[in-house]
Design a protein around this ligand. Sequence first.
Ligand code: UTP
Length: 495
Amino acid sequence: MKRVINMPGIRSMEADSTSANQNMSYERLQETLSDCGQEHLLQFWPSLSPEGRQRLSGQLSAVDWSMVESWLDRYVKHQPELNLPSDLRPAPSLPAEPGDDRQRSLYENAIERGRQLLREGRVAGFTVAGGQGTRLGYEGPKGTFPISPVRGKSLFQWFAESLLRAREKYEAAIPWYIMTSPLNDGQTRDFFERNNYFGLPSTEVFLFPQGVMPVIGLDGRLLLSAPDQLAVSPDGHGGSLLALRQSEALADMARRGIDCISYWQIDNPLVYIFDPLFIGMHQQTGSEMSCRGLVKTGPLEKLGNFCLVDGRVSIVEYSDMPERLARMTDEQGRLIFRIGSPAIHLLSRSFVERLTEGGKLALPFHRAVKKVPFVNSDGEQVEPDAPNAVKLETFIFDALPLADQVLILEAVREEQFAPVKNRTGVDSVESCRHLMQERAARWLEAAGIPVPRSEDRGLGCQLELSPRAFLDPDDVRRRASQIQPPQSGNKEYYE
Ligand code: UTP
C-alpha cells in the first residue's frame, strides 16, 4: 500500500518527507515564498546540510501555496463565520432498542442481514489513529497506551483481539485499515511488528499515514519545527477519506469485495466494532454514511449535535451550538437537540469513492489555537507557554451533508462509549477503565454469573474480559457454565 499522502494543503508528500520527487529549485521557492510573505522559511538555508536542504525543499514544494492566502484570511486573521440557519432542526434517529413489534422485526431482520454481510467478508474495520493525543500527554501513539484495567493491554491490542474474535465468529477475513499520521507512522508500525500484529495476519492489517497541514503562527507566518523542517500537524480525522484513496486502501477494499467500512476512533475501546444490527440497518436503508447517536447527558454535553441543515443531516459542534437552542425542550421536557455523536460511523465504500473522485475533497477546515513549539529567527527552539499558532483540521462528520442517505441509530451509552481523552476526570483513563469494568460486570450478570458488589452497587473486584474471547454479551452467555464467578477483592481476568 502506498505511503504517499495528498491533501488540499500539502500535495503528494512522502510519509518521511525527505523525498518528494518534484522539488522546486531554490530560486523558485524563494520567489514563491516571498510572494506569500513566507520567505522566513528559507532563512537557515545557507547553513543547512544537503540532506537538510533536500528535506526542507521537499516539504515546501509540497505545500499548495495558492491556498495559503485564503487560509490566513479565513482562519488566522479572522474567525470563520458560523452561518447556522434560523430553522435548525434535530435530525431524525432510530432508538437503540425497538419500540414496537414492527420495529422489532425490522431490527431482527437487520441483525440477520448484518451477520450475513460479516460472514460474506464484505465489512472492513477502519481505525483513525493519526491524532496527536495532546490532552492525554502520553509519549507515543495513543494506540500504544495501556488501557485495559487488569492486563494493561494497549488500545491497539484490544482492537486486534476484538478483530481476531470477530474473524473467528463470522468465519471470514476481516481486513483492518489503520490511519496513522506522518508524525506517528513509524512508531505505530514498529509497535505492530514488535508484537507480531497481535496474532492477526500481517497481510490483513494496513497502516497508512494521513495528510498534514502547515502550522500557522498567530502572526500569519508558517512555523518551522527545526531549521530544515516545516512545522506540520495531521489534517484531522476528515483527512481519512482522502487518505483512504491516496493510500490505495479503497482499491484494496474493492479487490476484496468490501463494501461497508466500519469507522471508529482509537480512543474508544467500548465501541462495538462490528455490530450486526448497525451494519444490517446501514445496508437495508441504503445509507451512504451511518452514525451511532447518544442521548446527551445534558444540554451542554461536549458532543456534536445531529441536526438538519437545509434538509441535510449535519453535525453542529457543541461549541457552535447556541445555548438557547441547546437548552430547548419539547412538551414532555425532553431536549429538542437530544442526540449527540460518539464518532462511530459506517461508510459505504462507494460513498468514499464518489467523494474522493479525482483525488480531491474539500471539507471545511476547523481551526484550533494551540501551543506549538517552533524555531525562532535566531534558530532557538521555543516552547511557548501560551497558545501561539493555528492548527487546521477537517472533521469526518462534515461528510454527512454530502451523503444522499444517512442513518442515525442510537446506542446505549454505557455499552459503547468510553473515550480516553484525558488522564483524569471526564473522558479519561480513569473513567474509561471504570466503564470497561462495569460493562464486563453487566455482561457477566446478564449471563447469570454473580459479581461482587458493594451496597451502593460499586464493583467489589477488578475485572477484565478479553475481547479475544468475549466480543459481545452472547459470547459470555455461551460460555457461562465454564466461567468461575469473580471473587471480592480479586483482580479477575477472563479469556
Ligand atoms: P481527537 O480529536 O480527540 O484528537 O481525535 P486526539 O489527537 O486523539 O487528542 P487531542 O485533541 O490532541 O488531545 C479523535 C480521533 O481522531 C483521530 C485520533 O487519533 C482519535 O482516534 N485523529 C484526530 C486522527 O486520526 N487524525 C487527526 O488529524 C486527528
